[in-house]
Design a protein around this ligand. Structure first.
Ligand code: PEP
Length: 255
């Protein structure tokens, strides 16, 4: 049975630059056998090199459908002389469902800002895939009390887009891979703010998912999922091991 992903909690594993053929197969095989989690939209985001492998491995749906997610996409559309690039059309061709856009590591190491993110989002939407926009303030912005200003600026890339489906991951930069986690109050406050911003930018009739990301693990997931307006989690480190990722999916199913 097809579930409405806009009513499910999303648990997306961002493998970053990790994985290998053998280990990926083993992990996906275990996840396919995970007990039914019908309230959860499960996704795996491997390095681009392994998208086709993961997509093929998740084709045989046992208990759960697993979505194939890309970590990034080219700002250029279609085909052409852009050495090293992979277009949204190619992602669609190999079975990608969701594409992460604007992860803070892309901004940190590749200097990607709003203008490039906007082009990427448009490319993804134009081929019928779903963008998952990552936003989040730096430690300095939080310390200066400018976290909402920073996130509002990042969200402004959504203005005027022709889609009624918006998925955003709120990932405070200071919480990614650090073991530091935002407090429930900080998460609730920012998630409500993001909801309001999307509604004012895009109209009242939009489907919204706002995921939390930043050191989510098997110990803190249930607590995070209990926060209002938390529609799931984008999980880095803890998505690399079956036990911790499975525990996070269970927490989402029971939330
Ligand atoms: C991420 O990469 O999006 C992330 C949230 O990483 P981690 O869970 O390791 O903090």
């Amino acid at each position: 049975m097809e579930h409405n992903i806009w009513q499910q909690k999303w648990v997306i594993g961002n493998w970053k630059m990790n994985g290998d053929l053998h280990g990926n197969n083993a992990l996906v095989h275990k996840l396919r056998n995970f007990p039914v989690a019908d309230k959860v939209c499960i996704g795996i985001s491997p390095p681009t090199m392994y998208l086709l492998q993961v997509h093929n491995a998740v084709q045989i749906v046992l208990n759960n459908k697993i979505h194939t997610c890309a970590q990034d996409v080219s700002r250029f559309a279609g085909k052409g002389a852009y050495t090293g690039e992979v277009s949204a059309e190619m992602m669609k061709d190999v079975g990608v469902d969701i594409v992460l856009i604007g992860h803070s590591e892309r901004s940190l190491y590749f200097n990607e800002k709003n203008d490039i993110q906007r082009l990427k989002i448009e490319n993804v939407l134009n081929v019928g895939l779903l963008p998952l926009l990552c936003v989040g303030e730096s430690l300095k912005e939080r310390e200066d009390g400018r976290e909402k200003e920073a996130v509002a600026y990042q969200l402004s890339v959504l203005k005027g887009l022709k889609t009624k489906n918006f998925a955003v991951a709120y990932e405070p930069v200071w919480a990614i891979g650090t073991g530091k986690i935002a407090t429930k109050e900080q998460i609730a406050d920012m998630h409500q703010f993001i909801y309001e911003e999307i509604l004012s930018l895009c109209g009242k009739d939009v489907n919204i998912r706002v995921l939390y990301g930043g050191s989510v693990n098997d110990k803190n997931a249930a607590d995070i999922f209990s926060v209002p307006h938390v529609d799931g989690a984008l999980v880095g480190g803890a998505s690399l091991k079956y036990e911790s990722f499975a525990a996070i999916i269970s927490a989402a199913q029971e939330a």
